[in-house]
Ligand binder design. Structure first.
Ligand code: HPA
Length: 274
């Protein structure tokens, strides 16, 4: 059992709070290859995940494994450099534990990013997609088990999981920077194998535009905690069966590397507005 208690969240939050200089308002969770944002945090206090009580440690290539608390684009933020995935063997509660801890140290807005496969055939690798909504196809939820009413409601509303207001701010920012964002539905899967072409056809019929192995558990926990969410996917590859070529993690990393400055500019532009 992975069940995490309010006490464990408190212990992790106290450990971090004792070391940070300023209370962060915005949480940032960066996906594969997008940890570069850490280089732009000023006056950062960096804390390795392994030093934080009850924190899991990430194992996937391209994810660093540290929390940075400092100022980004003029705002006090906390950045997760590297995140946890259910395919690593963590339950949904542990995967989203950092979101609970962020809330406990003062965060009320969260920017989540990820690399995702494009299901919408109008998309191209390198596109940035504003997540308008998600489909949780993992079959798991961080809210299963007894509900702690100090953390949130038993049956939280998910009708605006990805804030309309924050999406508008992201659109305006991209506009000002001279590019447009795609906007679509992210479907979250367990992984770690990529999907089959038949699964991708099914997901397209279900209304998904992009697929990935992260984000949904974190966003469910964030909404349960009352945190407002902005989600952005980097379309790192076309999903299985669309192009006549196999998928690889190398392709995912190459694409995120290629668009990282555009991506960084977008985050830098939008964070002060949140
Ligand atoms: N499928 C699932 N997860 C992903 C993909 C994909 O095609 N690309 C990046 N993450």
């Amino acid at each position: 059992m992975n069940e995490l208690t309010a006490g464990q969240i408190r212990e992790a939050a106290d450990y971090i709070s004792a070391r940070m200089k300023e209370k962060p308002e915005v949480g940032l969770i960066m996906g594969s290859g997008l940890g570069i944002l850490g280089d732009y945090i000023n006056d950062a206090v960096t804390i390795a995940y392994r030093d934080i009580p009850h924190f899991p440690v990430s194992t996937v290539e391209g994810h660093a494994g540290e929390l940075m608390i400092g100022t980004f684009a003029g705002r006090p933020v906390v950045l997760m450099r590297g995140r946890f995935h259910m395919y690593e063997g963590y339950g949904p509660e542990l995967t989203s534990f950092p979101v609970r801890v962020m809330k406990a140290i003062g965060v009320n807005k969260l920017v989540v990013t990820n690399a995702a496969g494009g299901i919408n055939t109008g998309y191209e690798p390198g596109n940035l997609m504003l997540i308008s909504d998600h489909i949780n196809l993992t079959g798991r939820s961080p809210l299963v088990g007894p509900n702690d009413s100090q953390l949130g409601l038993r049956f939280p509303d998910m009708s605006e999981a990805y804030s309309r207001r924050l999406r508008e701010l992201a659109r305006q920012t991209a506009d000002k920077q001279g590019f447009s964002l795609r906007e679509g539905v992210y479907i979250g899967v367990l992984g770690p194998s990529y999907e089959t072409p038949a699964e991708i056809r099914m997901m397209r019929i279900m209304g998904a535009d992009a697929v990935g192995m992260s984000t949904v558990a974190e966003v469910i926990a964030a909404r349960h905690s009352g945190i407002e969410v902005l989600g952005i996917s980097c379309i790192s590859n076309m999903a299985a069966g669309i192009l006549d070529q196999p998928l690889s993690h190398d392709e995912v990393m190459e694409t995120t590397e290629r668009v990282k400055s555009k991506f960084l500019g977008l985050i830098q532009g939008v964070v002060p507005l949140l």
